[in-house]
Design a protein around this ligand. Structure first.
Ligand code: DX5
Ligand code: ZN
Length: 217
């Protein structure tokens, strides 16, 4: 069964604590935090101060997705705020080894993310440095976009590469993920499914999360 990460981007920020608590009691495994700086992507969201607040509201691991132009500057504040996973974008940082090792040295799990149009072949040399590989299935920057089906083949191929190389790297998919896609995503090798809209805009959050895990509901 995959893990499900709830991205707070589609939550009601006027009652965010209650939203996070609701997601936790409805069965999510991780809270996913989309940090945007208005440079790497057009939108800007929040920084480590909100991450620290979320950490005080939940016992779930925090999965911080850095959509920022200079990820190296964000690592220390995010770890201090309680981040358990920190993922940086390959497009922002084509020589990411120093930042990835800094993330691990500070005690968090290190992730690398790729946009839908970025190939993953060149990431194999980074396998020893990462704990998570995030494949974006929408252009980063906002919630509520349509899942890009082209990434299914990329996920399966990446999973094959990871297995063949013998690494314990979690494969995460993010963008347009909804319960109807769960089975295909799991078959393509997803270990972690990220969803914002499908969780926080659902009529029945518990049912949506069970659907994302491809459980009978
Ligand atoms: C997009 C973010 C995603 C987003 C997912 O830039 O990285 O995590 O919140 O939103 P949905 O699930 O609505 O596509
Ligand atoms: Zn994300």
């Amino acid at each position: 069964m995959p893990k499900v990460a709830a991205s707070i981007l589609s939550a009601d920020f006027s009652r965010l604590k209650a939203e996070v608590e609701k997601a936790e009691s409805a069965g999510v495994d991780l809270i996913h935090l989309d940090v945007m700086d208005g440079r790497f992507v057009d939108n800007a969201t929040f920084d480590h101060t909100l991450v620290a607040k979320v950490d005080s509201w939940t016992s779930l691991p925090l999965d911080v997705h850095l959509m920022v132009a200079d990820p190296g500057n964000w690592v220390q504040p995010m770890v201090e705020a309680g981040a358990d996973y920190i993922t940086i974008h390959y497009e922002a940082c084509p020589e990411p080894r120093t930042v990835l090792s800094d993330i691990r040295r500070r005690g968090a799990r290190a992730g690398i993310a790729v946009n839908p149009d970025t190939p993953t072949e060149q990431l194999a040399s980074l396998f020893p440095e990462i704990d998570l590989l995030l494949i974006m299935s929408v252009q980063p920057g906002r919630a509520g976009q349509e899942f890009d089906r082209r990434v299914l083949a990329k996920m399966a191929e990446t999973k094959r590469q990871i297995r063949a190389a013998g690494y314990e790297i979690e494969l995460e998919v993010d963008g347009g993920v909804k319960p109807e896609l769960a089975r295909q995503l799991i078959e393509a090798g997803a270990d972690i499914l990220v969803a914002a809209t499908a969780i926080f805009q659902a009529d029945d959050m518990r049912r949506a999360i069970a659907g994302l895990k491809d459980e009978d509901v």
